[in-house]
Design a protein around this ligand. Structure first.
Ligand code: GAP
Length: 520
Protein backbone atom coordinates (compact mmCIF):
# COMPACT_ATOMS: atom_id res chain seq x y z
CA UNK A 1 0.00 0.00 0.00
CA UNK A 2 1.55 3.34 -0.99
CA UNK A 3 0.92 6.23 1.31
CA UNK A 4 0.59 9.30 -0.90
CA UNK A 5 1.28 11.56 2.07
CA UNK A 6 5.00 11.06 1.55
CA UNK A 7 4.70 12.24 -2.05
CA UNK A 8 2.49 15.29 -1.48
CA UNK A 9 4.02 18.38 0.08
CA UNK A 10 2.65 19.20 3.49
CA UNK A 11 1.21 22.43 2.08
CA UNK A 12 -0.73 20.53 -0.60
CA UNK A 13 -1.93 18.05 1.99
CA UNK A 14 -3.17 20.89 4.18
CA UNK A 15 -5.21 22.44 1.36
CA UNK A 16 -6.76 19.06 0.57
CA UNK A 17 -7.53 18.52 4.25
CA UNK A 18 -9.37 21.85 4.49
CA UNK A 19 -11.62 20.95 1.55
CA UNK A 20 -12.10 17.41 2.87
CA UNK A 21 -13.31 18.88 6.20
CA UNK A 22 -15.90 20.93 4.34
CA UNK A 23 -16.97 18.22 1.90
CA UNK A 24 -17.65 15.68 4.64
CA UNK A 25 -19.32 17.95 7.19
CA UNK A 26 -16.50 18.44 9.69
CA UNK A 27 -15.80 22.17 9.47
CA UNK A 28 -17.43 25.00 7.47
CA UNK A 29 -16.36 28.64 7.12
CA UNK A 30 -18.69 30.68 9.33
CA UNK A 31 -21.46 32.66 7.59
CA UNK A 32 -20.42 31.11 4.30
CA UNK A 33 -23.44 32.28 2.29
CA UNK A 34 -22.35 35.85 3.16
CA UNK A 35 -18.79 35.04 1.98
CA UNK A 36 -17.55 34.04 5.41
CA UNK A 37 -16.20 35.85 8.45
CA UNK A 38 -12.44 36.03 8.91
CA UNK A 39 -10.97 33.31 11.10
CA UNK A 40 -14.33 32.11 12.40
CA UNK A 41 -15.49 28.56 11.65
CA UNK A 42 -18.53 26.37 12.29
CA UNK A 43 -18.36 22.69 13.16
CA UNK A 44 -20.62 20.47 11.09
CA UNK A 45 -22.34 17.21 11.98
CA UNK A 46 -19.11 15.18 12.14
CA UNK A 47 -16.82 17.94 13.37
CA UNK A 48 -18.97 18.53 16.41
CA UNK A 49 -18.96 14.81 17.26
CA UNK A 50 -15.17 14.74 17.01
CA UNK A 51 -14.89 17.90 19.09
CA UNK A 52 -17.21 16.49 21.75
CA UNK A 53 -15.15 13.29 21.94
CA UNK A 54 -11.96 15.28 22.41
CA UNK A 55 -13.58 17.35 25.15
CA UNK A 56 -14.86 14.23 26.84
CA UNK A 57 -11.37 12.64 26.76
CA UNK A 58 -9.89 15.75 28.39
CA UNK A 59 -12.69 16.23 30.92
CA UNK A 60 -12.63 12.64 32.08
CA UNK A 61 -8.83 12.51 32.20
CA UNK A 62 -8.92 15.58 34.44
CA UNK A 63 -11.94 15.11 36.65
CA UNK A 64 -12.36 11.32 36.82
CA UNK A 65 -8.74 10.28 37.02
CA UNK A 66 -7.92 12.89 39.66
CA UNK A 67 -10.00 12.88 42.80
CA UNK A 68 -8.66 16.33 43.60
CA UNK A 69 -9.76 17.99 40.33
CA UNK A 70 -13.30 19.24 39.82
CA UNK A 71 -14.90 20.93 36.83
CA UNK A 72 -16.89 24.14 36.50
CA UNK A 73 -18.63 26.14 33.78
CA UNK A 74 -18.31 29.87 34.36
CA UNK A 75 -19.90 32.69 32.33
CA UNK A 76 -18.24 34.31 29.33
CA UNK A 77 -19.18 37.78 30.54
CA UNK A 78 -17.35 38.83 33.66
CA UNK A 79 -16.86 41.99 35.65
CA UNK A 80 -14.59 44.33 33.64
CA UNK A 81 -12.28 44.86 36.63
CA UNK A 82 -11.28 41.18 36.30
CA UNK A 83 -9.40 41.99 33.10
CA UNK A 84 -7.59 44.85 34.78
CA UNK A 85 -6.58 42.57 37.66
CA UNK A 86 -5.45 39.82 35.29
CA UNK A 87 -3.27 42.25 33.34
CA UNK A 88 -5.15 41.75 30.08
CA UNK A 89 -6.29 45.37 29.74
CA UNK A 90 -2.71 46.59 30.07
CA UNK A 91 -0.65 43.81 28.56
CA UNK A 92 -2.63 41.46 26.33
CA UNK A 93 -1.13 42.92 23.18
CA UNK A 94 0.39 41.82 19.94
CA UNK A 95 3.20 43.85 18.29
CA UNK A 96 1.93 44.90 14.85
CA UNK A 97 3.75 46.12 11.79
CA UNK A 98 2.36 47.21 8.39
CA UNK A 99 3.95 46.93 5.01
CA UNK A 100 3.54 50.38 3.41
CA UNK A 101 3.28 49.01 -0.13
CA UNK A 102 0.84 46.10 0.26
CA UNK A 103 -0.93 47.78 3.22
CA UNK A 104 -0.93 44.33 4.83
CA UNK A 105 -0.67 44.08 8.59
CA UNK A 106 1.50 41.48 10.33
CA UNK A 107 2.50 40.45 13.81
CA UNK A 108 6.14 41.46 14.07
CA UNK A 109 7.02 38.41 16.18
CA UNK A 110 5.31 36.07 13.68
CA UNK A 111 7.28 37.56 10.78
CA UNK A 112 10.47 36.85 12.70
CA UNK A 113 9.29 33.35 13.70
CA UNK A 114 8.52 32.57 10.05
CA UNK A 115 12.03 33.72 9.15
CA UNK A 116 13.43 31.36 11.80
CA UNK A 117 11.16 28.60 10.45
CA UNK A 118 12.66 29.04 6.98
CA UNK A 119 16.19 28.73 8.38
CA UNK A 120 15.11 25.57 10.21
CA UNK A 121 13.71 24.19 6.96
CA UNK A 122 17.06 24.88 5.25
CA UNK A 123 18.82 22.88 7.95
CA UNK A 124 16.40 19.97 7.54
CA UNK A 125 16.94 20.02 3.76
CA UNK A 126 20.72 19.88 4.25
CA UNK A 127 20.28 16.96 6.64
CA UNK A 128 18.08 15.16 4.08
CA UNK A 129 20.73 15.72 1.39
CA UNK A 130 23.39 14.34 3.73
CA UNK A 131 21.24 11.29 4.41
CA UNK A 132 20.88 10.57 0.71
CA UNK A 133 24.56 11.16 -0.02
CA UNK A 134 26.06 9.08 2.78
CA UNK A 135 23.24 6.49 3.07
CA UNK A 136 24.03 3.96 5.86
CA UNK A 137 27.24 5.70 6.80
CA UNK A 138 25.31 8.89 7.71
CA UNK A 139 25.76 10.10 11.27
CA UNK A 140 23.12 12.79 11.80
CA UNK A 141 24.44 14.08 15.10
CA UNK A 142 27.93 14.51 13.69
CA UNK A 143 26.57 16.11 10.51
CA UNK A 144 24.58 18.67 12.48
CA UNK A 145 27.62 19.45 14.64
CA UNK A 146 30.09 19.90 11.77
CA UNK A 147 28.39 20.83 8.48
CA UNK A 148 29.27 24.50 7.77
CA UNK A 149 25.83 25.38 6.25
CA UNK A 150 23.98 23.85 9.18
CA UNK A 151 26.24 25.58 11.69
CA UNK A 152 25.86 28.95 9.98
CA UNK A 153 22.07 28.72 9.88
CA UNK A 154 21.86 27.44 13.46
CA UNK A 155 24.00 30.37 14.63
CA UNK A 156 21.65 32.81 12.89
CA UNK A 157 18.62 31.11 14.46
CA UNK A 158 20.12 31.30 17.95
CA UNK A 159 21.04 34.96 17.55
CA UNK A 160 17.66 36.02 16.18
CA UNK A 161 15.76 34.02 18.80
CA UNK A 162 17.74 35.67 21.59
CA UNK A 163 17.27 39.16 20.16
CA UNK A 164 13.54 38.60 19.77
CA UNK A 165 13.12 37.20 23.30
CA UNK A 166 15.05 40.16 24.77
CA UNK A 167 13.02 42.67 22.72
CA UNK A 168 9.67 41.10 23.70
CA UNK A 169 10.65 40.88 27.36
CA UNK A 170 11.74 44.53 27.38
CA UNK A 171 8.71 45.55 25.27
CA UNK A 172 11.25 47.14 22.94
CA UNK A 173 9.21 47.72 19.77
CA UNK A 174 11.98 49.61 17.95
CA UNK A 175 14.31 46.63 18.39
CA UNK A 176 11.64 44.26 17.03
CA UNK A 177 11.45 46.41 13.90
CA UNK A 178 15.24 46.49 13.69
CA UNK A 179 15.38 42.67 13.73
CA UNK A 180 12.97 42.62 10.77
CA UNK A 181 15.16 45.12 8.92
CA UNK A 182 18.43 43.33 9.80
CA UNK A 183 17.05 39.94 8.72
CA UNK A 184 15.91 41.57 5.47
CA UNK A 185 12.40 40.18 5.90
CA UNK A 186 10.16 41.13 2.98
CA UNK A 187 6.37 41.33 2.83
CA UNK A 188 5.10 38.08 1.27
CA UNK A 189 2.55 40.10 -0.77
CA UNK A 190 4.49 43.11 -2.10
CA UNK A 191 7.96 41.61 -1.74
CA UNK A 192 9.24 44.93 -0.34
CA UNK A 193 10.92 45.78 2.98
CA UNK A 194 9.09 49.09 3.37
CA UNK A 195 7.86 48.70 6.98
CA UNK A 196 6.04 51.03 9.39
CA UNK A 197 6.95 51.33 13.07
CA UNK A 198 5.87 48.47 15.36
CA UNK A 199 3.00 49.25 17.74
CA UNK A 200 0.95 47.37 20.30
CA UNK A 201 -2.62 46.19 19.68
CA UNK A 202 -4.92 44.85 22.41
CA UNK A 203 -6.52 41.52 21.48
CA UNK A 204 -9.66 41.69 23.60
CA UNK A 205 -13.09 42.14 22.03
CA UNK A 206 -15.28 44.57 23.92
CA UNK A 207 -19.00 45.12 23.96
CA UNK A 208 -21.50 46.95 26.14
CA UNK A 209 -23.76 45.66 28.85
CA UNK A 210 -26.95 47.53 29.72
CA UNK A 211 -28.76 50.12 27.63
CA UNK A 212 -27.15 53.45 26.85
CA UNK A 213 -29.76 55.37 28.84
CA UNK A 214 -28.95 53.32 31.95
CA UNK A 215 -25.29 54.09 31.42
CA UNK A 216 -23.77 51.13 29.62
CA UNK A 217 -20.62 49.42 30.88
CA UNK A 218 -17.85 48.29 28.59
CA UNK A 219 -17.30 44.60 29.12
CA UNK A 220 -15.01 42.12 27.40
CA UNK A 221 -15.53 38.76 25.78
CA UNK A 222 -13.14 36.59 27.80
CA UNK A 223 -9.79 36.04 26.07
CA UNK A 224 -9.12 32.95 28.24
CA UNK A 225 -11.31 30.75 30.41
CA UNK A 226 -8.77 30.74 33.24
CA UNK A 227 -10.05 33.91 34.94
CA UNK A 228 -13.48 32.31 35.42
CA UNK A 229 -11.68 29.68 37.48
CA UNK A 230 -9.64 32.16 39.54
CA UNK A 231 -12.64 34.23 40.54
CA UNK A 232 -14.44 31.04 41.62
CA UNK A 233 -11.47 29.70 43.58
CA UNK A 234 -13.01 30.51 46.98
CA UNK A 235 -16.48 29.24 46.01
CA UNK A 236 -15.15 25.87 44.87
CA UNK A 237 -12.58 25.46 47.62
CA UNK A 238 -15.16 26.13 50.34
CA UNK A 239 -18.20 24.32 48.91
CA UNK A 240 -16.13 21.36 47.68
CA UNK A 241 -14.06 21.26 50.91
CA UNK A 242 -11.01 21.08 48.66
CA UNK A 243 -7.56 20.72 50.20
CA UNK A 244 -4.43 21.98 48.51
CA UNK A 245 -3.14 20.64 46.16
CA UNK A 246 -6.32 20.64 44.06
CA UNK A 247 -7.43 21.64 40.60
CA UNK A 248 -10.36 23.27 38.85
CA UNK A 249 -11.01 22.38 35.22
CA UNK A 250 -13.12 24.17 32.67
CA UNK A 251 -13.96 23.92 28.97
CA UNK A 252 -15.35 26.97 27.21
CA UNK A 253 -15.22 29.59 24.51
CA UNK A 254 -12.57 32.30 24.39
CA UNK A 255 -12.30 35.26 22.03
CA UNK A 256 -9.27 37.10 20.67
CA UNK A 257 -9.13 39.70 17.95
CA UNK A 258 -6.21 37.93 16.29
CA UNK A 259 -4.51 40.04 13.66
CA UNK A 260 -2.73 37.27 11.88
CA UNK A 261 -5.58 34.80 11.80
CA UNK A 262 -4.72 32.03 9.39
CA UNK A 263 -3.99 28.36 9.03
CA UNK A 264 -7.61 27.33 9.20
CA UNK A 265 -8.71 26.49 12.75
CA UNK A 266 -5.19 26.86 14.15
CA UNK A 267 -5.66 30.55 14.97
CA UNK A 268 -9.27 31.66 15.27
CA UNK A 269 -11.02 34.71 16.66
CA UNK A 270 -13.58 32.60 18.49
CA UNK A 271 -12.24 29.32 19.82
CA UNK A 272 -12.55 26.89 22.66
CA UNK A 273 -10.11 26.16 25.47
CA UNK A 274 -9.74 23.33 27.99
CA UNK A 275 -7.97 24.80 30.99
CA UNK A 276 -7.07 23.46 34.40
CA UNK A 277 -5.70 25.55 37.24
CA UNK A 278 -3.88 23.52 39.87
CA UNK A 279 -3.66 25.30 43.23
CA UNK A 280 -0.55 24.51 45.25
CA UNK A 281 1.62 25.57 48.14
CA UNK A 282 4.08 28.39 47.25
CA UNK A 283 7.54 26.98 46.66
CA UNK A 284 6.29 23.68 45.24
CA UNK A 285 5.45 25.11 41.82
CA UNK A 286 8.44 23.84 39.87
CA UNK A 287 7.85 20.25 41.04
CA UNK A 288 4.20 20.48 40.04
CA UNK A 289 5.15 22.15 36.78
CA UNK A 290 7.37 19.15 35.95
CA UNK A 291 4.62 16.69 36.96
CA UNK A 292 2.01 18.40 34.81
CA UNK A 293 4.38 18.50 31.85
CA UNK A 294 4.74 14.74 32.08
CA UNK A 295 1.04 14.17 32.72
CA UNK A 296 -0.09 16.24 29.77
CA UNK A 297 2.42 14.70 27.38
CA UNK A 298 1.14 11.25 28.43
CA UNK A 299 -2.44 12.38 27.65
CA UNK A 300 -1.36 13.25 24.11
CA UNK A 301 0.79 10.23 23.37
CA UNK A 302 -1.85 7.79 24.73
CA UNK A 303 -3.82 8.57 21.56
CA UNK A 304 -1.20 6.73 19.54
CA UNK A 305 -0.54 9.48 16.99
CA UNK A 306 3.24 8.97 17.22
CA UNK A 307 5.46 10.14 20.11
CA UNK A 308 7.82 11.69 17.55
CA UNK A 309 5.10 14.18 16.57
CA UNK A 310 5.21 15.99 19.94
CA UNK A 311 7.91 18.04 21.60
CA UNK A 312 8.26 20.54 24.43
CA UNK A 313 9.25 24.10 23.71
CA UNK A 314 10.31 25.97 26.83
CA UNK A 315 9.57 29.69 26.68
CA UNK A 316 12.34 32.28 26.51
CA UNK A 317 9.79 35.07 26.87
CA UNK A 318 7.48 34.52 29.81
CA UNK A 319 3.93 35.88 29.86
CA UNK A 320 3.23 38.64 32.36
CA UNK A 321 1.93 36.10 34.90
CA UNK A 322 4.39 33.18 34.63
CA UNK A 323 7.68 32.11 36.26
CA UNK A 324 8.05 29.01 34.07
CA UNK A 325 6.28 28.04 30.88
CA UNK A 326 6.44 25.46 28.15
CA UNK A 327 4.44 24.54 25.08
CA UNK A 328 3.60 21.07 23.91
CA UNK A 329 4.14 21.40 20.19
CA UNK A 330 2.63 19.10 17.59
CA UNK A 331 3.90 18.40 14.11
CA UNK A 332 1.15 20.12 12.08
CA UNK A 333 1.37 20.09 8.25
CA UNK A 334 2.97 23.56 8.53
CA UNK A 335 5.61 22.45 11.06
CA UNK A 336 5.88 22.01 14.82
CA UNK A 337 3.51 24.51 16.48
CA UNK A 338 1.98 25.10 19.89
CA UNK A 339 -0.88 22.79 20.79
CA UNK A 340 -0.96 23.28 24.55
CA UNK A 341 0.60 25.63 27.09
CA UNK A 342 1.71 24.72 30.61
CA UNK A 343 2.42 27.69 32.84
CA UNK A 344 3.54 28.22 36.39
CA UNK A 345 1.46 31.33 37.13
CA UNK A 346 2.67 31.92 40.72
CA UNK A 347 0.14 33.81 42.88
CA UNK A 348 -0.15 36.52 40.23
CA UNK A 349 -3.84 36.02 39.47
CA UNK A 350 -5.24 35.24 42.91
CA UNK A 351 -3.00 37.93 44.45
CA UNK A 352 -4.26 40.54 42.01
CA UNK A 353 -7.91 39.55 42.40
CA UNK A 354 -7.42 39.89 46.14
CA UNK A 355 -6.01 43.38 45.60
CA UNK A 356 -8.57 44.55 43.02
CA UNK A 357 -11.67 43.05 44.68
CA UNK A 358 -10.69 43.83 48.24
CA UNK A 359 -11.74 40.26 49.22
CA UNK A 360 -9.36 37.99 51.06
CA UNK A 361 -8.46 35.08 48.74
CA UNK A 362 -6.37 32.76 50.85
CA UNK A 363 -6.04 29.18 51.96
CA UNK A 364 -5.60 28.09 55.54
CA UNK A 365 -3.10 25.26 55.44
CA UNK A 366 -3.91 22.99 58.40
CA UNK A 367 -0.50 21.30 58.22
CA UNK A 368 1.44 24.57 58.36
CA UNK A 369 -1.12 26.31 60.53
CA UNK A 370 -0.93 29.42 58.33
CA UNK A 371 -2.73 31.30 55.55
CA UNK A 372 -1.30 31.89 52.11
CA UNK A 373 -2.35 32.88 48.60
CA UNK A 374 -1.97 29.61 46.63
CA UNK A 375 0.35 29.34 43.66
CA UNK A 376 -1.00 27.96 40.41
CA UNK A 377 0.21 25.64 37.67
CA UNK A 378 -2.04 25.85 34.64
CA UNK A 379 -2.51 23.52 31.69
CA UNK A 380 -4.28 25.10 28.72
CA UNK A 381 -5.11 23.46 25.42
CA UNK A 382 -7.17 24.69 22.48
CA UNK A 383 -9.94 22.28 21.50
CA UNK A 384 -9.80 23.46 17.89
CA UNK A 385 -6.05 22.96 17.67
CA UNK A 386 -6.55 19.47 19.03
CA UNK A 387 -9.20 18.84 16.33
CA UNK A 388 -6.70 20.05 13.72
CA UNK A 389 -3.93 17.86 15.16
CA UNK A 390 -6.16 14.78 15.00
CA UNK A 391 -7.48 15.50 11.50
CA UNK A 392 -4.15 16.45 9.96
CA UNK A 393 -2.46 13.39 11.42
CA UNK A 394 -5.29 11.10 10.35
CA UNK A 395 -5.78 12.13 6.73
CA UNK A 396 -4.25 9.62 4.31
CA UNK A 397 -4.58 8.89 0.62
CA UNK A 398 -3.66 5.30 -0.05
CA UNK A 399 -3.07 3.31 -3.21
CA UNK A 400 -4.50 -0.16 -2.76
CA UNK A 401 -3.14 -3.43 -4.12
CA UNK A 402 -6.11 -3.82 -6.49
CA UNK A 403 -5.19 -0.59 -8.23
CA UNK A 404 -7.90 1.48 -6.54
CA UNK A 405 -7.17 4.26 -4.12
CA UNK A 406 -8.91 5.41 -0.98
CA UNK A 407 -8.98 8.40 1.35
CA UNK A 408 -9.02 7.34 4.97
CA UNK A 409 -9.12 9.26 8.22
CA UNK A 410 -7.33 7.03 10.72
CA UNK A 411 -8.74 8.94 13.69
CA UNK A 412 -7.98 7.24 17.03
CA UNK A 413 -11.07 5.02 17.41
CA UNK A 414 -12.31 6.51 20.71
CA UNK A 415 -12.37 9.97 19.10
CA UNK A 416 -13.97 8.94 15.78
CA UNK A 417 -17.28 10.75 15.15
CA UNK A 418 -19.08 7.62 13.93
CA UNK A 419 -18.02 4.34 15.51
CA UNK A 420 -19.84 1.84 13.35
CA UNK A 421 -21.65 1.80 10.01
CA UNK A 422 -24.39 -0.78 9.59
CA UNK A 423 -24.74 -1.82 5.95
CA UNK A 424 -27.29 -4.27 4.55
CA UNK A 425 -25.76 -5.77 1.38
CA UNK A 426 -28.96 -5.04 -0.56
CA UNK A 427 -32.08 -3.15 0.41
CA UNK A 428 -34.54 -6.08 0.25
CA UNK A 429 -35.02 -9.72 1.30
CA UNK A 430 -35.24 -8.82 4.99
CA UNK A 431 -31.63 -7.52 5.17
CA UNK A 432 -32.59 -3.92 6.07
CA UNK A 433 -34.80 -5.26 8.88
CA UNK A 434 -31.94 -7.26 10.40
CA UNK A 435 -29.61 -4.28 9.95
CA UNK A 436 -32.10 -2.08 11.84
CA UNK A 437 -32.27 -4.69 14.60
CA UNK A 438 -28.46 -4.53 14.92
CA UNK A 439 -28.54 -0.70 14.90
CA UNK A 440 -31.09 -0.76 17.69
CA UNK A 441 -28.82 -2.99 19.72
CA UNK A 442 -25.68 -0.88 19.21
CA UNK A 443 -26.98 2.70 19.11
CA UNK A 444 -27.24 3.13 22.88
CA UNK A 445 -23.49 2.75 23.29
CA UNK A 446 -22.03 3.77 19.94
CA UNK A 447 -22.72 6.48 17.40
CA UNK A 448 -23.95 4.38 14.43
CA UNK A 449 -24.72 5.25 10.84
CA UNK A 450 -27.13 3.24 8.69
CA UNK A 451 -26.41 3.20 4.96
CA UNK A 452 -28.10 1.10 2.27
CA UNK A 453 -27.31 3.23 -0.78
CA UNK A 454 -24.77 2.36 -3.53
CA UNK A 455 -22.42 -0.62 -3.82
CA UNK A 456 -20.81 -1.95 -0.68
CA UNK A 457 -17.40 -0.76 -1.95
CA UNK A 458 -18.66 2.81 -2.28
CA UNK A 459 -20.18 2.65 1.16
CA UNK A 460 -16.85 1.46 2.64
CA UNK A 461 -15.08 4.39 0.96
CA UNK A 462 -17.59 6.86 2.40
CA UNK A 463 -17.00 5.50 5.89
CA UNK A 464 -13.20 5.47 5.44
CA UNK A 465 -13.35 9.13 4.44
CA UNK A 466 -15.03 10.08 7.72
CA UNK A 467 -12.89 7.78 9.86
CA UNK A 468 -15.46 5.17 10.95
CA UNK A 469 -13.47 2.37 12.65
CA UNK A 470 -15.97 -0.43 11.85
CA UNK A 471 -18.34 -1.37 9.04
CA UNK A 472 -20.78 -4.19 9.67
CA UNK A 473 -22.26 -5.85 6.56
CA UNK A 474 -25.40 -7.93 6.68
CA UNK A 475 -25.86 -10.47 3.87
CA UNK A 476 -28.29 -13.27 3.08
CA UNK A 477 -26.37 -15.80 5.19
CA UNK A 478 -26.76 -13.48 8.17
CA UNK A 479 -30.50 -14.26 8.21
CA UNK A 480 -29.73 -17.93 8.88
CA UNK A 481 -26.45 -18.04 10.78
CA UNK A 482 -26.88 -14.75 12.74
CA UNK A 483 -23.32 -13.82 11.68
CA UNK A 484 -22.16 -10.63 9.93
CA UNK A 485 -18.97 -9.35 8.32
CA UNK A 486 -17.08 -6.76 10.30
CA UNK A 487 -14.50 -4.68 8.45
CA UNK A 488 -11.67 -2.84 10.20
CA UNK A 489 -10.97 0.63 8.82
CA UNK A 490 -7.17 0.74 8.99
CA UNK A 491 -6.26 -2.81 7.92
CA UNK A 492 -9.41 -3.26 5.78
CA UNK A 493 -9.40 -6.82 7.16
CA UNK A 494 -12.80 -8.47 7.26
CA UNK A 495 -13.96 -11.19 9.60
CA UNK A 496 -17.16 -13.11 10.08
CA UNK A 497 -18.51 -12.76 13.62
CA UNK A 498 -21.64 -13.57 15.55
CA UNK A 499 -24.09 -10.69 15.89
CA UNK A 500 -24.08 -11.22 19.64
CA UNK A 501 -20.28 -10.65 19.74
CA UNK A 502 -20.40 -7.34 17.83
CA UNK A 503 -20.86 -5.15 20.89
CA UNK A 504 -17.79 -6.55 22.64
CA UNK A 505 -15.55 -6.36 19.55
CA UNK A 506 -16.47 -2.72 18.91
CA UNK A 507 -16.29 -1.65 22.57
CA UNK A 508 -12.80 -3.08 22.90
CA UNK A 509 -11.49 -0.54 20.41
CA UNK A 510 -13.73 2.50 20.63
CA UNK A 511 -14.40 2.92 24.33
CA UNK A 512 -12.70 5.96 25.83
CA UNK A 513 -11.78 3.93 28.89
CA UNK A 514 -9.20 2.11 26.73
CA UNK A 515 -7.07 5.24 26.48
CA UNK A 516 -7.95 6.56 29.93
CA UNK A 517 -6.52 3.33 31.39
CA UNK A 518 -3.18 4.06 29.74
CA UNK A 519 -2.85 7.25 31.80
CA UNK A 520 -1.33 7.05 35.25
N1 GAP B 1 -4.82 30.73 30.06
C1 GAP B 1 -3.61 30.66 29.36
C2 GAP B 1 -3.77 30.84 27.91
O1 GAP B 1 -4.83 31.21 27.43
P1 GAP B 1 -2.47 30.68 25.64
O2 GAP B 1 -1.13 30.06 25.36
O3 GAP B 1 -2.72 32.06 25.20
O4 GAP B 1 -2.64 30.55 27.22
C3 GAP B 1 -3.70 28.39 25.42
O5 GAP B 1 -3.61 29.73 25.04
C4 GAP B 1 -4.07 27.51 24.25
O6 GAP B 1 -5.25 28.01 23.63
C5 GAP B 1 -3.03 27.47 23.13
O7 GAP B 1 -2.03 26.51 23.38
C6 GAP B 1 -3.87 27.10 21.93
O8 GAP B 1 -4.05 25.70 21.86
C7 GAP B 1 -5.20 27.75 22.23
N2 GAP B 1 -5.33 29.03 21.51
C8 GAP B 1 -4.85 30.24 21.86
N3 GAP B 1 -5.19 31.18 20.96
C9 GAP B 1 -5.91 30.54 20.00
C10 GAP B 1 -6.55 30.96 18.80
N4 GAP B 1 -6.54 32.24 18.43
N5 GAP B 1 -7.20 30.04 18.05
C11 GAP B 1 -7.23 28.74 18.44
N6 GAP B 1 -6.65 28.28 19.57
C12 GAP B 1 -6.00 29.17 20.34
Amino acid sequence: MINYNTIMTQEELFKILVSHCKEYGFIFPSSEIYDGLGAVYDYGQLGSELKNNIKRYWWEAMTRLHENIVGIDSAIFMHPRIWEASGHVGAFNDPLIDNKDSKKRYRADVLIEDYIGKLEEKIEKDVEKGKKKFADAFNEEQFRATNPNVLRNQKKIDEVKKRMADALNANDLAELRQIIIDCEIACPISGTKNWTEVRQFNLMFSTQMGSVTEGANVIYLRPETAQGIFVNYLNVQKTGRMKIPFGIAQIGKAFRNEIVARQFIFRMREFEQMEMQFFIKPGTELDWFAKWKENRMAWHTALGMGDENYRFHDHDKLAHYANAATDIEFRFPFGFKELEGIHSRTDFDLGNHQKFSGKKIQYFDPELGENYVPYVVETSIGVDRMVLAVLSHSYKEEQLENGESRVVLSIPAPLAPVKVAVLPLIKKDGLPELAREIMDELKYDFNCQYDEKDSIGKRYRRQDAIGTPFCVTIDHDSLNDRCVTIRHRDSMQQERVKIEDLHGIIAKEVNLSNILKKLK
